[in-house]
Design a protein around this ligand. Structure first.
Ligand code: IPM
Ligand code: MN
Length: 353
């Protein structure tokens, strides 16, 4: 009997559903070619459901999602819902409650894709950011006091436990080994100012690296300098590991250097549990329903999902197919400027898989 994976599909808002359809088209082709099956269940979580029912996630939704092998997400964010409600109520809640403590974000310039970084090509821009996804400012303590008065105080602290730091670093070392490219892991921090939190990160980094990963070379970069090198010398990077907030910021920059949000994919990974894979571009509501949005980021996220499920050959085939389409077909990654519709791009990748 062939292997079967239970996949929860969360198309979400805006153009999310359209890109998820193309992603599933490609995943279906990969399943046929590589001999596994995908058993899918679709959930309607998102802005429309919230506006209709006043409920973000129904009771039991998180436990239900725990039963799947992986979650495939389109996009979260609705123009009629105040920013923060859906992001916190769906995306961040699932990340935290499913303990997806790694956010894996490859920064890879595919052939034929325009980059704003002059004089750099696909051989220069090819690294992976391992973003800590469960702690830091995102979950640190905070609040207001004397709100609305001239003495108002607002705090939001960067809090990290040794446990959170250590599991993230170990994942990053293991990932660097498996990638087997330059065998170099760079820590991106701010040890010159955040002298407590990044002291912890830096000590743990060297302790773990020295004890258990002597074959992996260790580098350190301050976060501000990291953004500079991402433009000036992206070829220096192999794998970068960083905190939640810094990872959020530098991966948007990274996405732009690889051609923009139409191509950038991310995986929210719990190595012992269920992961959630998403294009990192958002819901792009103004393009909804027009069949013009670029589905490649969602397709690439589907590839990452298969890779994490252990279907590495299928994942590689999807990546090669994407590279062939960017290298020989698509004119631009931008919505409406691809030279093809959303569904045609999905067809071209699926045929190649
Ligand atoms: C991302 C997004 C989210 C984040 C938002 C939507 C909560 O920017 O996935 O990078 O900050 O993590
Ligand atoms: Mn972000």
């Amino acid at each position: 009997m062939s292997k079967s994976y239970k996949i929860a599909i969360l198309p979400g808002d805006g153009t999310g559903p359209e890109v998820v359809v193309e992603g599933m088209k490609v995943l279906g082709a990969a399943a046929d070619t590589f001999g596994f099956t995908l058993d899918t269940t679709t959930f309607d979580f998102g802005g429309d459901r919230y506006l209709e029912k006043g409920e973000i996630l129904p009771d039991g939704a998180v436990d239900e999602l725990r039963q799947f092998d992986a979650i495939y997400l389109g996009a979260i964010g609705h123009p009629d819902v105040k920013p923060g409600i859906l992001e916190k109520g769906i995306l961040l809640r699932l990340r935290f409650e499913l303990d997806q403590y790694i956010n894996l974000r490859p920064v890879k310039l595919y052939p034929g894709v325009w980059t704003p970084v002059r004089d750099k090509g696909p051989e220069d821009i090819d690294y992976v950011v391992v973003r800590e996804n469960s702690g830091g400012i995102y979950t640190g303590t905070g609040g207001f006091s004397m709100k609305g008065t001239e003495h108002e105080v607002a705090t939001q602290s960067m809090v990290y436990t040794r446990h959170q730091v250590e599991r993230c670093l170990r994942y990053a070392f293991e990932y660097t080994r498996r990638r087997n490219k330059e065998m170099t892991l760079g820590l991106c921090g701010k040890t010159n100012v955040l002298t407590y939190v990044f002291d912890l990160w830096e000590r743990a980094f060297h302790e773990i690296g020295e004890a258990d990963y002597p074959d992996v070379k260790r580098d350190y970069y301050h976060v501000d300098a990291t953004t500079m090198w991402m433009i000036k010398n992206p070829e220096w990077f192999d794998v970068l590991v960083t905190s939640n907030m810094f990872g959020d910021i530098i991966t948007d920059l990274g996405a732009m250097t690889q051609g923009g949000m139409g191509i950038a994919a991310g995986g929210n990974i719990n190595p012992e549990g269920v992961g959630m894979f998403e294009p990192i571009g958002g819901s792009a509501p103004k393009y909804t329903g027009q069949n013009v949005i670029n589905p490649l980021a969602a397709i690439a996220a589907g590839g990452m999902m298969l890779d994490t499920l252990g279907e590495r050959e299928a994942a590689d085939a999807i990546e090669s197919a994407i590279m062939d389409v960017t290298g020989t077909k698509i004119q631009s990654l931008a919505a409406g400027k691809m030279g093809y519709s959303t569904s045609e791009v999905g067809d071209m990748v699926a045929e190649r898989v």
